[in-house]
Design a protein. Structure first.
Lengths: 104, 104, 104, 104
């Protein structure tokens, strides 16, 4: 049974293909686009204190969610382009992180 | 049945709690960490042509996969902190994108 | 005699003071703003080839110059806030770079 | 009489030419490198409060200054590649900013 990310990846791939965007989607370009979306997300937080960032008003929150979605979309497009299984990649990285940062 | 992202989120949350990292994980800080990881990913691509970025050697590819995992981890931590369902967020954003960029 | 950067810094400082922005300009926040401006600059280049990036049309070029200025402004505001002499910092870093990357 | 930035630009250009780096320095690539350096700068601030970011210890401060220098170097390399006068660009942008954000 396909997981969430497989399903989203299929939908995102179909969306890009329908618009003939694949020719622009070299990994280098997708990484730049990913970085731009993270910055658009960050713009919502730049003048807040840490405390304020935990208590966004509904309008800010809605914008933040949209930017988070854009980040996820470009990350999945990059994974699809490179043939990377993101779920496996995260699990493998968390094993490395557990070695690097042992629990007390 | 929980999806991939729900399962990963639970694992990531447990990892951070075991290390008492939650007090550092204000959304503002998580967004900065997300941005730093995207840059570490980007560093692998900065001097490549678009064509070269589609043909990474195995060592570069392995490093890229690890950095992509770090990006996914911080995005899920941010979503968990803010109480955002990433799958729903992506679906909702893709509806908006379809309006903004109609298929030809 | 004051150099270019000293003069620009004085002008930028006066601009921020007149708007009472200093209370928002903690170094952490200025670095985030700097990062956001770099991303706005990068957005102009994300779908271009390397060759195209060397041949911007006048409209794109004008936008790029404005974003570069924003990057310079936030870098000087950060330097001013931290009491850093950017000219000295660059010279010192170039000495380190010359050791790290010896000329052939 | 040449200004600070003209002098630094000449030194940075000579440094890159001596290493034959100009062929890598397409504007697209320089912008990516600039973004990576900003992230290395940001990494120093990601887990700090705003208050802590105003009171860096000497070791952190020294690292921050080096990263700021790297940001300045890549910005000047980009300006040199594109034929942009950064001092004029900043002055022109500040005129626009004064219109956009009138002083109270």
């Amino acid at each position: 049974m396909p997981g969430d990310l497989d399903e989203l990846t299929s939908e995102i791939r179909a969306f890009a293909q329908a618009r003939d965007w694949h020719r622009y989607h070299a990994p280098k370009n997708l990484v730049m686009a990913l970085s731009v979306e993270v910055a658009e997300l960050m713009e919502n937080f730049q003048w807040l204190t840490n405390e304020e960032s935990d208590a966004l008003d509904p309008v800010a929150r809605s914008g933040v969610i949209d930017e988070m979605a854009d980040v996820q979309v470009y990350l999945l497009e990059l994974a699809d382009r490179l043939g990377v299984d993101m779920v496996a990649a995260v699990r493998q990285k968390m094993v490395k992180n557990a070695v690097k940062y042992p629990a007390p």
